[in-house]
Write a protein that binds this ligand. Structure first.
Ligand code: NDP
Length: 248
């Protein structure tokens, strides 16, 4: 199969479900070789079978990315396997929503470690190779929660505002090395993300709100990511904000 991303090597974190899974498939359909990382081996292996059928020569990387050393390891293993890493999609994330006063700081710390620190660590690990080849694209998944801060989402928003800020500063540090940085900010996407909210009232309210609209599907976000990374080398889409049409 020939495509816009022939010869490119991508690593997608959080690829065992939702946006990451759809993105891995989209990149493979466009011709890229794809490494996939998350904790659930069974889900990754099922996806790898589909990627193999698309000719993406997949690599399964089982990792708990709340540990920054694991975030660095998956980058090193991708480079060792394919000899390069061209596209890093930092997508793994969790959304623990609860009022500040009731928050379990241990959970919030794990969310900060995964959503922010792990993304920084994988980026840091990918930069030397990209700088040496003067070629690379880092895609960071933020959210509309990285643009608008809502009650009961204080720490989640802190992580996603953090991803936006990190991405812009990073872009300005690396653009002269021909490395592109894109931050994606989706609104409501129908995935498993909301299943992990522990605070019952917040979960019920959010699910009712999401169910009131035609939600984005993971493939909608994946299409946007594939579009960004398949532009010609002189085009850097810095930021992409997308909402369901029905979302205010
Ligand atoms: P999912 O819950 O479907 O996907 C989350 C992914 O992250 C899974 O593959 C999960 O895999 C992985 N993950 C979670 N914890 C860890 C960990 N400790 N180590 C490694 N991987 C981990 O949700 P989405 O697809 O919706 O979420 C993807 C990204 O999109 C997140 O960053 C989220 O914040 C963002 N986003 C989502 C929106 C939505 O409405 N759904 C809107 C805006 C942004 P596993 O459990 O196997 O480890």
């Amino acid at each position: 199969m020939s495509g816009r991303l022939d010869g490119r090597v991508a690593l997608v974190t959080g690829a065992s479900s939702g946006i990451g899974e759809a993105t891995a498939l989209g990149l493979a359909e466009a011709g890229a070789k794809v490494a996939i990382a998350a904790r659930r081996r069974d889900r990754l292996e099922a996806l790898a079978a589909k990627l193999q059928a698309l000719g993406a020569d997949p690599t399964v990387l089982v990792a708990d990315l709340a540990d920054e050393n694991e975030a660095k390891r998956i980058v090193a293993e991708t480079e060792a396997r394919y000899g390069r890493l061209d596209i890093l999609v930092n997508n793994a994330g969790v959304m623990y929503l609860e009022p500040v006063e009731e928050a379990d700081l241990g959970r919030w710390r794990r969310m900060l470690e995964l959503n922010v620190l792990s993304l920084i660590a994988s980026t840091q690990a990918a930069l030397p190779g990209m700088r040496q080849r003067r070629d690379g694209h880092i895609v960071n998944i933020s959210s509309t929660a990285g643009r608008v801060a809502n009650p009961n989402a204080a720490a989640y928003s802190a992580t996603k505002f953090g991803v936006v800020a990190f991405s812009e500063a990073l872009r300005r540090e690396v653009y002269q090395h021909n490395i592109r940085v894109t931050v994606i900010e989706p609104g409501v996407v129908e995935t498993e993300l909301r299943d992990h909210i522990g605070h019952a009232t917040t979960k019920d309210n959010l699910n009712a709100w999401a169910d009131s609209m035609r939600q984005l599907q993971s493939v909608d976000v994946a299409d946007a990511i594939v579009f960004c990374v398949s532009r010609p080398a002189h085009v850097n889409i810095n930021e992409l904000l997308m909402r369901p049409t029905d979302q205010e």
